[in-house]
Ligand binder design. Structure first.
Ligand SMILES: [Zn+2]
Length: 137
């Protein structure tokens, strides 16, 4: 069964731009930016809209549901801290943006492109909670 990684793996270092995203993760929310001028979604967090380059961005909360766009199975980890196998995946959220994450809660052979998944949150430290995706039931 694929599981979240255990504490001890390298963790992200939030910046002023990404802090609202990480605050959302700690609150159990997948937050993303939407341009208040043109309506385009910007993800990953950015100081400027990926469509019109304006800086009038607001934060919204995703329902956390989507489908697997692509994935791979890792058997040789980047560092020994990672337990294998794990399945990094690009998930296309229903709101219309992709997110790089990993799949948990099923066997490796169950993972398929197009599979419906939902976000789950795993606390890794006091500051960092990571988003994983598991099969939607
Ligand atoms: Zn814009």
């Amino acid at each position: 069964m694929l599981q979240p990684q255990k504490p001890g793996i390298p963790l992200p270092a939030p910046s002023l731009v990404t802090q609202p995203f990480w605050d959302g993760c700690r609150a159990g929310e997948l937050r993303y930016q939407r341009c208040q001028d043109c309506g385009a979604i910007t993800m990953n967090p950015s100081p400027a809209c990926s469509s019109c380059f304006g800086t009038n961005l607001g934060w919204e909360v995703s329902a956390g549901k989507g489908e697997i766009y692509s994935y791979t199975v890792v058997w040789r980890p980047q560092t020994p801290a990672f337990e294998v196998p794990y399945v990094p995946a690009v998930v296309e959220l229903d709101e219309g943006f992709p997110l790089m994450s990993a799949i948990v809660g099923c066997e490796v052979d169950d993972v398929k492109v197009g599979m419906r998944v939902k976000a789950v949150f795993e606390e890794m430290s006091e500051e960092i909670t990571l988003i994983y995706f598991e099969p939607a039931t």
